[in-house]
Each structure stands twice: as structure tokens, then as C-alpha cells.
Design a binder for this molecule. Structure first.
Ligand code: NAD
Length: 362
């Protein structure tokens, strides 16, 4: 098992930012991407944290991820905005696209966004939080193309789509509460990479081997893309994954996984977002009050035997953010090694990058 250390979130961000600057990102872009990745680590989603940097570096070297890209912001048609990200860093492209789309909200009370051909947008919950901070309800769906599909549709022994995540949140006091943010596979692919780097087995029900039989070994999938992830919830999660592909791919973009070319190290995201001003329905206060009445009603349900308390979606992330801000972000040595490795291919040294990591007491 790879050795883990806890690093202060500030130092993880400085490390990520130095690597991104080395990749050629300007200061503003490096700040946005590093903040996104570190926040993913803070929320407990290490699969979408700094461990993504080696892939981003490979994509830049291949010419399929373009630092400092300018998105094309098409003139809205009614409440619908289309933004062509031209393979820019998705973390920045998605925020600029949301800002562009949200200009329609004052007139229409709703905005619908199609973000096309973007680099990896990473943790979708970040975009629900961004909309909630402005007082908006939002729903985001992302299809994942540019590589062979990795999720087996219900009833198949081979893959037919990818992890196709969905995020949605209500705005309460400028926070996303509750905040649901899920891949439609049982787990995100990055969690297979994290388990493989740590030398751990996967939980049951996440992976199938090339025969379609359940396996807990992450290595064949993480290292050679052998086997497939399972869709969550049998035919129901599989059906949702199919509709994410249709809304984000067939409707909002120009490609589904059925037609998109497979790029070396390819991960292209298309995002379909619906952003709603709740004041079209009632006062903000009234909607927030009903949301929290229901929130508290769920919190008050008797927990199952062996469970301390019922949590709403978004609560584990809030808890992790607090805990990891206080105690540091655990990162395994293998992940640090992979990041330093890619950084050296952009002429950065380990001192320029890993030298910035500051371990905190465990
Ligand atoms: P997950 O299985 O950890 O589920 C996370 C969701 O479940 C959160 O809303 C969380 O609050 C909720 N949750 C977890 N435990 C809970 C509990 N005990 N009670 C109540 N709610 C609980 O996450 P995942 O499906 O593996 O997705 C991880 C991340 O990967 C997400 O941020 C997603 O956006 C991201 N992702 C991104 C892409 C991409 O291409 N950009 C693709 C797939 C996934």
C-alpha cells in the first residue's frame, strides 16, 4: 500500500498551481483550476482532485487540452446559450459559460446552457455551488466522451457509455443545500485510479471484468481499461446514464459516445445545465423555508441500526471540507510521484513542485 501524508490545503493548492503554471496556464486560470481541484480533495472527492493533473498534462502534450483557451460565447436564443469551449480547461470554461448563460435569467427566470467540447469540468457540485451562491436552483448533466465507453449498460457485458454525472442543488442562504452530485456509474472512474494507486480493493458492486462478472480488483480497469464500471441502481441508473448522454450529447452538443473519436488520454465533457430563478415561483424566503422544512424533516427520521444520523446529499462533503481544512488533505506518495513526473516533462523540478507540499501532523 502506498504511503499517505496529510498536507495543508494551502500547500496542496500552491503545489497544484505551480504544476498548472508549468503546464502553461496563466495565473488566473491556474488559480481557478487549482482551487477547483483542491476543493474536490477537501470535499473528499480525491478522484477529482490534484490526482487529475497527470492526465491533464498528457492531454496538453497531445494537443487535446489547451491552456488559456478563449471560449466562443454564442448569442443566446431565448433562454438558451451555447458555449464552445474549444477544449479549454473545463473548470474555467464552465464558470465562464455559466456567467454567460445566467445573463438570461433576469428576463426569462431560467437559463439553459449547452457547454460543448470542453476539457474535463471535474466535480460538478462546484457548478451547483456557483449557481446557488447567486440564489439559483440548478441541474447539470455531463457526458464524458473522447475515450472508449467505460460503463456497462444494464444487461450488457461490454461498456456503452461513461460515468455521465448529474448534480443538482437548492440555494439556501447562498449555499447549495442539499447538493446531490453523483456519477451514474456506481463510482466515478477516478475512484478506481485512487484505489489502484493506494493498493486497495474496490467496494463490492462497482466493477465487472471482461466477462461481465463482478470483480473488486481495480488494477485491470485503472491500468489497462479492462472490464467496465457498473451503472448504479441496475436498470434505473443505467437509464439515467443513457439520458445524460442524450441531453448533454445528442441535444446540447454534436457528439455522443457513439460517434466521438477516441483521443489519446481523451476526456471531453459536454455539459447541459438548467439554471432556475426560484423567485419565478414564490419569494426566495418562502422557497428556502419549504426547502429547510423538508431538509429538517429528513434529518429527523430515525436512523437505521448502525447509522448515527440520516444525512442529506451534500452533508458528507460539508463534513469533509471542515475536517480536511483542519487536519490536512491526505495524499498518497504514488499520486505525488505521478504529478512530479508529469511536471518534469514540462521542465519543472520536484523542488519547484513537491517542495511546496507542507505536511501537517496526523
Ligand atoms: P459518491 O458516490 O461519493 O456520491 C456523492 C453524492 O452522494 C453526494 O451528493 C453526497 O453528498 C451523497 N452522499 C454520499 N454519502 C451519503 C450518505 N451517507 N447519505 C446521503 N448522501 C450521501 O460520488 P460519485 O458518484 O463517485 O461522484 C464523485 C464525483 O465525480 C462527483 O463530484 C462528480 O461530479 C464527479 N464526476 C465527474 C465526471 C466528469 O467527467 N467531469 C464524471 C463522473 C463523475
Amino acid at each position: 500500500m502506498s504511503h499517505m501524508s496529510n498536507y495543508s490545503s494551502q500547500s496542496v493548492k500552491a503545489f497544484a498551481k505551480a504544476v498548472l503554471r508549468g503546464f502553461g496556464c496563466n495565473d488566473g486560470e491556474a488559480e481557478i483550476v487549482a482551487s477547483h481541484l483542491v476543493d474536490a480533495n477537501l470535499t473528499g472527492h480525491d478522484s477529482h482532485g490534484i490526482g487529475m493533473l497527470p492526465l491533464y498534462g498528457e492531454q496538453i502534450l497531445d494537443g487535446n487540452l489547451i491552456p488559456n483557451q478563449q471560449p466562443v460565447l454564442h448569442e443566446p436564443v431565448g433562454a438558451i446559450s451555447i458555449v464552445d469551449a474549444r477544449r479549454g480547461f473545463g473548470h474555467r470554461m464552465a464558470l465562464e459559460a455559466l456567467d454567460h448563460a445566467m445573463q438570461c435569467v433576469p428576463e426569462h427566470k431560467v437559463a439553459i446552457l449547452a457547454l460543448r467540447d470542453s476539457g474535463h469540468v471535474s466535480r460538478l457540485g462546484a457548478y451547483s455551488e456557483y449557481c446557488a451562491a447567486k440564489g439559483y436552483v440548478s441541474l447539470h448533466m455531463v457526458n464524458v466522451v473522447g475515450h472508449a465507453p467505460i460503463v456497462a449498460p444494464f444487461g450488457a457485458r461490454e461498456s456503452g457509455f461513461s460515468t455521465n454525472p448529474i448534480s443538482m442543488a437548492m440555494p439556501v442562504g447562498g449555499k447549495a443545500r442539499p447538493l446531490l452530485d453523483i456519477a451514474t456509474s456506481t463510482v466515478a472512474f477516478g475512484k478506481v485510479r485512487v484505489a489502484s494507486n493506494k493498493g486497495e480493493q474496490m467496494p463490492a458492486g462497482c466493477l465487472v471484468d471482461e466477462q461481465g462478472l463482478e470483480t473488486r480488483d481495480p488494477d485491470p480497469m485503472a491500468k489497462s481499461r479492462i472490464g467496465a464500471l457498473s451503472a448504479f441502481g441496475a436498470h434505473k441508473g443505467s437509464g439515467l446514464g443513457i439520458f445524460v448522454e442524450l441531453l448533454a450529447g445528442a441535444l446540447a452538443s454534436t457528439d455522443t459516445v457513439a460517434t466521438m473519436e477516441h483521443l489519446p488520454h481523451g476526456v471531453i465533457n459536454n455539459m447541459f445545465s438548467v439554471i432556475i430563478d426560484p423567485t419565478a415561483f414564490d419569494s426566495q424566503e418562502a422557497v428556502e423555508k419549504r426547502t429547510m422544512e423538508f431538509y429538517d424533516f429528513i434529518k429527523a427520521r430515525q436512523p437505521a441500526v448502525g447509522t448515527d444520523s440520516v444525512q442529506l446529499p451534500g452533508e458528507p462533503e460539508q463534513h469533509n471540507r471542515q475536517q480536511r481544512t483542519d487536519n490536512g488533505i491526505p495524499v498518497d506518495d504514488e499520486t505525488v510521484r505521478q504529478i512530479v513526473d508529469i511536471a518534469t516533462r514540462f521542465d519543472l523540478s520536484g523542488d519547484d513542485t513537491a517542495g511546496l507540499l507542507n505536511p501537517v501532523g496526523n
